[in-house]
Ligand binder design. Sequence first.
Ligand code: GLP
Length: 219
Amino acid sequence: MSEVKLFINYEKLSSYVANIVEKQLKEKPNSTFILPTGTTPIGLYKELVKRKLDWSEATTYNLDEYIDNIDPEQSYLHFMMVNLFEHININSDNVHFPKKEHDTEYGFNVDLCLLGIGGNGHIAFNEPGSSFESETRIVDLTEETIKDNSRLFDNIEDVPTQAITMGMKPIMSSKRIVMMANGKHKQRILDKAMFGRLSEELPASILQLHDNMEAVYCD
Ligand code: GLP
């Protein structure tokens, strides 16, 4: 059963999710995490940096990474370094990005998986039509996603058209999932994903089947 918690603003939402991460790290210092990129988790990462938590034993798996001849500064690795990893005491050997297709070890059974949601309901880069059984693999990005993500590039031509993404299977194997959505433009898709029909055309809808999942939203 899915649950959506509403927050009056982005700061409150970010600090709520930071509390979940903090509790997880304190209860189990060697916790494993799946982490998202995008604009939505930036507030969370800021809050986590402020809290000076002990990440020395933690392990992280990022959801996805662009492939193509990408400017290194546009990579998700760079995003994570600047927004989180450079500011916390995580061991760089414990930071992972997807590299190999069909890697059946990558990101499985983590303690806490944090997600954003794309405008078309994608999670990581599992675009509409992705199998609920999918594994880590290389994918073509949809036109809509390329357009959405172009706001972070100088030109739309610079946006990579392919990425390597964690599949739906490892995401669903997480012990706990928290999905974040910020802004009115995400309201409709979040609502459909959480309370609508289960469909591979709306990848985030599979989260309804997870027994320890919540979504958090503010507009
Ligand atoms: C990208 C990422 C997703 C993320 C989505 C939403 O497509 N691959 O993991 O959820 O962007 O981004 P934003 O949070 O900027 O809306």
